[in-house]
Design a protein around this ligand. Structure first.
Ligand code: 5GP
Length: 224
Protein backbone atom coordinates (compact mmCIF):
# COMPACT_ATOMS: atom_id res chain seq x y z
CA UNK A 1 0.00 0.00 0.00
CA UNK A 2 2.85 2.34 0.73
CA UNK A 3 5.75 2.89 -1.62
CA UNK A 4 8.72 4.31 0.28
CA UNK A 5 11.36 6.25 -1.61
CA UNK A 6 13.54 3.15 -1.28
CA UNK A 7 16.58 4.98 0.05
CA UNK A 8 18.31 4.09 3.30
CA UNK A 9 18.82 6.68 6.02
CA UNK A 10 22.21 8.16 6.77
CA UNK A 11 22.50 8.39 10.55
CA UNK A 12 25.36 10.34 12.09
CA UNK A 13 26.17 9.56 15.73
CA UNK A 14 28.68 11.72 17.63
CA UNK A 15 29.56 12.53 21.18
CA UNK A 16 32.65 12.86 23.32
CA UNK A 17 35.02 9.92 23.60
CA UNK A 18 33.87 7.64 26.44
CA UNK A 19 30.13 8.30 26.10
CA UNK A 20 29.58 4.73 24.92
CA UNK A 21 28.52 5.59 21.37
CA UNK A 22 30.45 2.61 20.01
CA UNK A 23 28.55 0.22 22.29
CA UNK A 24 25.23 1.85 21.37
CA UNK A 25 25.99 1.52 17.64
CA UNK A 26 26.83 -2.18 17.97
CA UNK A 27 23.52 -2.80 19.78
CA UNK A 28 21.63 -0.96 17.04
CA UNK A 29 23.04 -3.37 14.46
CA UNK A 30 21.55 -6.29 16.41
CA UNK A 31 18.20 -4.64 17.06
CA UNK A 32 17.29 -2.86 13.80
CA UNK A 33 16.85 -4.53 10.44
CA UNK A 34 18.53 -3.38 7.26
CA UNK A 35 21.17 -1.19 8.87
CA UNK A 36 24.97 -1.09 8.69
CA UNK A 37 27.81 0.64 10.49
CA UNK A 38 30.29 2.33 8.20
CA UNK A 39 33.87 1.26 8.91
CA UNK A 40 36.07 4.33 9.08
CA UNK A 41 39.68 4.60 8.01
CA UNK A 42 42.30 5.97 10.39
CA UNK A 43 46.02 6.64 10.54
CA UNK A 44 46.12 5.92 14.28
CA UNK A 45 47.53 2.62 15.50
CA UNK A 46 45.19 -0.23 16.58
CA UNK A 47 44.33 -0.15 20.28
CA UNK A 48 43.76 -3.20 22.52
CA UNK A 49 41.87 -5.94 20.67
CA UNK A 50 41.01 -3.85 17.59
CA UNK A 51 41.01 -5.66 14.25
CA UNK A 52 41.80 -4.17 10.84
CA UNK A 53 38.69 -4.14 8.65
CA UNK A 54 36.37 -4.64 11.63
CA UNK A 55 36.97 -1.71 13.98
CA UNK A 56 38.72 0.51 11.43
CA UNK A 57 40.77 0.23 8.30
CA UNK A 58 44.20 1.08 9.71
CA UNK A 59 46.51 2.78 7.21
CA UNK A 60 49.63 4.94 7.33
CA UNK A 61 49.42 8.73 7.20
CA UNK A 62 50.88 8.65 3.68
CA UNK A 63 48.23 6.22 2.46
CA UNK A 64 45.49 8.28 4.09
CA UNK A 65 46.76 11.43 2.36
CA UNK A 66 46.86 9.64 -1.01
CA UNK A 67 43.24 8.67 -0.52
CA UNK A 68 42.34 12.27 0.35
CA UNK A 69 43.93 13.34 -2.94
CA UNK A 70 41.91 10.67 -4.76
CA UNK A 71 38.71 12.11 -3.27
CA UNK A 72 37.85 8.79 -1.59
CA UNK A 73 36.27 10.24 1.57
CA UNK A 74 32.78 11.54 2.25
CA UNK A 75 34.44 13.44 5.10
CA UNK A 76 37.65 13.24 7.08
CA UNK A 77 39.17 15.09 10.01
CA UNK A 78 42.21 15.19 12.23
CA UNK A 79 40.69 14.13 15.53
CA UNK A 80 43.20 13.12 18.21
CA UNK A 81 47.00 13.37 18.40
CA UNK A 82 47.23 14.64 14.84
CA UNK A 83 45.72 11.42 13.45
CA UNK A 84 43.36 11.24 10.48
CA UNK A 85 39.92 9.62 10.65
CA UNK A 86 37.66 9.44 7.60
CA UNK A 87 34.54 7.90 6.08
CA UNK A 88 35.21 6.05 2.81
CA UNK A 89 32.38 7.05 0.48
CA UNK A 90 32.21 4.34 -2.19
CA UNK A 91 30.19 1.76 -0.25
CA UNK A 92 27.89 4.25 1.47
CA UNK A 93 26.22 5.52 -1.68
CA UNK A 94 25.64 1.96 -2.85
CA UNK A 95 24.10 0.90 0.49
CA UNK A 96 21.82 3.95 0.72
CA UNK A 97 20.59 3.45 -2.85
CA UNK A 98 19.86 -0.21 -2.06
CA UNK A 99 17.66 0.85 0.87
CA UNK A 100 20.13 0.00 3.62
CA UNK A 101 20.51 2.59 6.37
CA UNK A 102 24.08 3.48 7.30
CA UNK A 103 25.39 4.69 10.67
CA UNK A 104 28.45 6.94 10.77
CA UNK A 105 30.07 7.08 14.20
CA UNK A 106 32.21 10.15 13.64
CA UNK A 107 33.42 13.27 15.41
CA UNK A 108 31.79 16.69 15.30
CA UNK A 109 34.03 18.16 12.59
CA UNK A 110 33.10 15.24 10.34
CA UNK A 111 29.41 15.49 11.24
CA UNK A 112 29.32 19.14 10.22
CA UNK A 113 30.87 18.30 6.85
CA UNK A 114 28.28 15.56 6.28
CA UNK A 115 25.55 18.07 7.17
CA UNK A 116 26.63 20.26 4.26
CA UNK A 117 26.69 17.38 1.77
CA UNK A 118 23.79 15.11 2.77
CA UNK A 119 20.79 17.31 3.48
CA UNK A 120 18.50 14.56 4.78
CA UNK A 121 20.97 12.86 7.13
CA UNK A 122 19.94 12.49 10.79
CA UNK A 123 22.26 13.76 13.50
CA UNK A 124 22.23 12.23 16.98
CA UNK A 125 24.45 13.48 19.81
CA UNK A 126 25.24 11.11 22.69
CA UNK A 127 25.91 12.84 26.03
CA UNK A 128 27.54 11.42 29.15
CA UNK A 129 25.43 11.73 32.34
CA UNK A 130 28.15 13.95 33.87
CA UNK A 131 31.74 15.01 33.23
CA UNK A 132 32.81 13.13 36.37
CA UNK A 133 31.38 9.88 34.99
CA UNK A 134 32.93 10.57 31.58
CA UNK A 135 36.37 10.98 33.16
CA UNK A 136 35.95 7.74 35.11
CA UNK A 137 34.90 5.88 31.96
CA UNK A 138 37.92 7.19 30.04
CA UNK A 139 40.32 6.27 32.87
CA UNK A 140 38.81 2.79 33.25
CA UNK A 141 39.41 1.91 29.59
CA UNK A 142 43.12 1.62 30.40
CA UNK A 143 43.97 1.50 26.68
CA UNK A 144 45.65 4.93 26.55
CA UNK A 145 48.27 6.90 28.41
CA UNK A 146 47.18 9.46 31.00
CA UNK A 147 48.21 12.23 28.60
CA UNK A 148 45.94 10.87 25.86
CA UNK A 149 43.05 10.44 28.31
CA UNK A 150 43.44 14.10 29.31
CA UNK A 151 43.45 15.16 25.62
CA UNK A 152 40.16 13.31 25.09
CA UNK A 153 38.70 14.76 28.26
CA UNK A 154 39.59 18.34 27.27
CA UNK A 155 38.15 17.78 23.78
CA UNK A 156 34.94 16.50 25.41
CA UNK A 157 34.40 19.89 27.09
CA UNK A 158 34.59 21.66 23.72
CA UNK A 159 32.41 19.08 21.97
CA UNK A 160 29.57 19.31 24.48
CA UNK A 161 28.90 22.89 23.35
CA UNK A 162 28.08 21.67 19.85
CA UNK A 163 25.02 19.59 20.66
CA UNK A 164 22.60 22.18 19.24
CA UNK A 165 23.88 21.45 15.74
CA UNK A 166 22.34 17.96 15.99
CA UNK A 167 18.70 16.88 15.56
CA UNK A 168 18.54 14.71 18.69
CA UNK A 169 20.37 14.40 22.02
CA UNK A 170 20.44 11.18 24.03
CA UNK A 171 22.07 10.88 27.46
CA UNK A 172 23.80 7.54 27.96
CA UNK A 173 23.25 6.93 31.65
CA UNK A 174 21.57 3.52 31.54
CA UNK A 175 22.76 1.78 28.39
CA UNK A 176 19.52 -0.11 27.62
CA UNK A 177 17.51 3.10 27.83
CA UNK A 178 19.93 5.00 25.63
CA UNK A 179 19.80 2.20 23.03
CA UNK A 180 15.98 2.24 23.14
CA UNK A 181 15.93 5.99 22.57
CA UNK A 182 18.31 5.94 19.61
CA UNK A 183 16.43 2.98 18.18
CA UNK A 184 13.11 4.85 18.48
CA UNK A 185 14.60 7.87 16.71
CA UNK A 186 15.75 5.75 13.78
CA UNK A 187 12.49 3.79 13.51
CA UNK A 188 10.44 6.99 13.67
CA UNK A 189 12.59 8.66 11.03
CA UNK A 190 11.91 5.69 8.75
CA UNK A 191 8.18 6.49 8.98
CA UNK A 192 8.45 10.16 8.02
CA UNK A 193 5.91 11.25 5.42
CA UNK A 194 8.60 12.73 3.22
CA UNK A 195 10.07 9.22 2.80
CA UNK A 196 6.80 7.96 1.30
CA UNK A 197 6.62 8.37 -2.44
CA UNK A 198 3.14 7.07 -3.03
CA UNK A 199 0.14 5.28 -1.56
CA UNK A 200 -1.47 2.83 -3.92
CA UNK A 201 -4.03 0.02 -4.08
CA UNK A 202 -2.46 -3.27 -5.02
CA UNK A 203 -5.25 -5.86 -4.83
CA UNK A 204 -8.70 -6.02 -6.43
CA UNK A 205 -10.11 -6.35 -2.92
CA UNK A 206 -8.74 -2.95 -1.99
CA UNK A 207 -10.26 -1.48 -5.13
CA UNK A 208 -13.68 -2.82 -4.11
CA UNK A 209 -13.22 -1.19 -0.72
CA UNK A 210 -12.41 2.04 -2.47
CA UNK A 211 -15.62 1.84 -4.52
CA UNK A 212 -17.63 1.22 -1.37
CA UNK A 213 -15.96 4.13 0.37
CA UNK A 214 -16.80 6.39 -2.55
CA UNK A 215 -20.43 5.27 -2.46
CA UNK A 216 -20.62 5.94 1.27
CA UNK A 217 -19.17 9.38 0.83
CA UNK A 218 -21.59 10.16 -2.00
CA UNK A 219 -24.53 8.98 0.11
CA UNK A 220 -23.47 11.01 3.10
CA UNK A 221 -23.17 14.05 0.84
CA UNK A 222 -26.76 13.56 -0.31
CA UNK A 223 -27.96 13.30 3.27
CA UNK A 224 -26.25 16.55 4.21
P1 5GP B 1 38.92 6.47 18.66
O1 5GP B 1 40.37 6.85 18.49
O2 5GP B 1 38.51 6.45 20.11
O3 5GP B 1 38.55 5.21 17.95
O4 5GP B 1 38.02 7.59 17.96
C1 5GP B 1 38.25 8.91 18.22
C2 5GP B 1 37.16 9.77 17.60
O5 5GP B 1 37.21 9.70 16.18
C3 5GP B 1 35.75 9.42 18.00
O6 5GP B 1 35.11 10.61 18.45
C4 5GP B 1 35.12 8.93 16.73
O7 5GP B 1 33.75 9.27 16.68
C5 5GP B 1 35.90 9.69 15.69
N1 5GP B 1 35.88 9.04 14.38
C6 5GP B 1 35.90 7.72 14.11
N2 5GP B 1 35.82 7.51 12.80
C7 5GP B 1 35.72 8.74 12.21
C8 5GP B 1 35.57 9.17 10.87
O8 5GP B 1 35.51 8.41 9.92
N3 5GP B 1 35.51 10.52 10.67
C9 5GP B 1 35.58 11.42 11.69
N4 5GP B 1 35.48 12.71 11.38
N5 5GP B 1 35.70 11.03 12.96
C10 5GP B 1 35.76 9.71 13.23
Amino acid sequence: MIKENGKGLLIVISGPSGTGKGTICKRLLDEISNIKLSISMTSRKPRGQEINGVDYYFVTKDEFENRINNNEFLEYAIVYSGQYYGTPKSKIEEDLNNGTSVILEIDIQGALKVKEIVKDAIFIFIMPPSMKILKERLMNRKTESEEKVMERFKTAYKELNEFKKYNYVVVNDILDEAVDKVKSIILSERCRVDRIEDIYLDTPEEEIHEELMEKNFNNSNVEI
